[in-house]
Design a protein around this ligand. Sequence first.
Ligand SMILES: *[C@@H]1O[C@H](CO)[C@@H](O)[C@H](O)[C@H]1NC(C)=O
Length: 363
Amino acid sequence: MFLSRMENHCFLLFVFVFQAIFILILYRGGPSRVFRGFLESPQVVDYSKPHDVYTNLSLFTRAPHEDTMPYCSAQSPVLVGPLTITFRVLPSERMIMKRNPFVQSGGHYKPPHCFPRYKSAILVAYRNQEKYLRHLLYYIHPFLQRQQLSYTIYLIQQAGTGSFNRAKLLNVGVREAMKDEEWDCLVLHDIDLVPENDYNLYICDEYYPKHMASAMDKFQYTLPYKSFFGGVSALTPEHYMKMNGFPNTYWGDGGENDDIATRVESCQLCIGVHFFEENPGRIHLAGMKIVRTSPHLGRYRVMDYSEETELQEPWRRPPSQHNTRKTWKADGMNTLQFRLLSRTKHPLYTKITVDIGYVPPFS
Ligand SMILES: *[C@@H]1O[C@H](CO)[C@@H](O)[C@H](O)[C@H]1NC(C)=O
């Protein structure tokens, strides 16, 4: 009798410990994060042996019958890891088109050989940076094709010459892109960044907003500060709406990214409560936080930065006056106003030009 009671206790203890480990794993960002170490082979992160971004892409040829086309394999067969990147020669638009024969008008692509598992919209806020744009297109098109994604590249351009409002342009981009397709993932991409490793997948994390530019060359491949959310990030349309999108009220460069990180955290409460009411079993998954691509994979090359100015710039921005923790619900997708001036399909991208209303002059 005594023994069996002991056993019973041991069993309960075992169950408890096991559950605790399980919950911890999920809490830390999902099993993929914990087990990823086992999936990475050394050559995936060996940056001394990079490959051309167009390597073996020609293996993807049109399937003979579209109705018998298989699903794309869970892991793309052509991924190589580190990629060769140089900005010395400016590629022409015609050359980029020639090297990407399956890209359709508007910068849209779906794999010719298989049925895609993921659909990602790539959103880039833009203001006449033709040079950056061409470098980016040369690399990003084959990069996304290597991952067997269905995608469209959107440029969102602000009309006029006043201060730039990146966050509001991205809000516009999300609204307009969702009219085209039920995207699984919105990838918000700076124009001057190029990913260095094709295992850095441009798909969303199921539970949390994902920050992908976790290691940029201009920051010596580390984060400039802990809550950094700039460069490239991926959110599902659901994440995006839950945090009320991005703020419409930041002008000039920077700043808005810290606001966005704060939104993600603030939203933790709202979603926590939401899940608690509807689905108490999942309370430990409820809060939003930021997950990050591992710095071995989330490496980016920045075009054309000057080392001196970057070193002078304060990496931790001064605290903003916006008081985001209180105001995020009153500034974002629910208050977004703009006038769509044009929406044109270029061979390599869709360009959306907007009048975003009052713009303060350049300071
Ligand atoms: C390209 O594909 C061929 C044939 O499948 C393969 O043998 C080769 O290793 C691939 N190259 C790279 C760099 O992955």
